[in-house]
Design a protein around this ligand. Structure first.
Ligand code: IMP
Length: 190
């Protein structure tokens, strides 16, 4: 597998920018305003899904106008490919009890919905006072299980996207926008 080298290593592989940095920033502000309004007076716990949600969660947390705790849960459904394997593995559990807290799962993208369905069930079983989902991106045409995020940033078509936390084979997470890769970028990496 060839290593990336040089400052343009990622951008050279971009076919199309789907969502710009400005569009994402404006949407994060709107989502945070809605959540701040809805959770006023409640103990809010943001549960970030590793690894993809780290970038979104960091911006979202700072855009909220109410106090919130954060926790992370780990899940894996893709390996190094671009198609969901149809199974979800929890790779990291929460570190603390969440009884009585209002959990808001913060996720980068909902695809089949399997990952979030498993996480929501897990948080409910741990006695959270409520469990809702805030996803930056949603591919509704791909849904395989019933999963309805309360907050969604953008609905996108059925394309594999990278950037703003989203990876292909663990790369591209640091791009500040959401993009589609050129076909050759997948070669030798799937
Ligand atoms: P689901 O369980 O099929 O809904 O898959 C959700 C997980 O798959 C997300 O947390 C992402 O990590 C990953 N994923 C889904 N679609 C994409 C994509 O277009 N690019 C990168 N990762 C994706």
């Amino acid at each position: 597998m060839a290593a990336f080298a040089g400052p343009d290593a990622y951008t050279a592989n971009i076919a199309e920018v789907l969502l710009t940095e400005d569009q994402i920033r404006a949407k994060v502000t709107d989502l945070a305003a809605a959540v701040s309004r809805d959770y006023e007076g409640r103990e809010l716990l943001l549960v970030g899904v590793l690894n993809g949600s780290a970038v979104f969660l960091a911006d979202f947390l700072r855009a909220l106008s109410l106090p919130a705790e954060i926790e992370f849960i780990g899940a894996s459904s893709y390996g190094n490919g671009t198609v969901s394997r149809g199974e979800c593995r929890l790779t990291k559990d929460l570190d603390r009890p969440i009884q009585g807290k209002h959990a808001l799962v913060v996720e980068d993208i909902v695809d089949t919905g399997r990952t979030l369905a498993a996480i929501v069930a897990c948080l409910r079983s741990k006695g959270a006072a409520s469990v809702e989902v805030c996803a930056l991106l949603d591919k509704p045409s791909r849904r395989a299980v019933e999963l309805c995020p309360r907050y969604v940033g953008f609905e996108i078509p059925d394309k594999f996207v990278v950037g703003y936390g989203l990876d292909f084979a663990q790369h591209y997470r640091g791009l500040p926008y959401v993009a589609v890769l050129k076909p050759e970028a997948y070669e030798s990496r799937t």
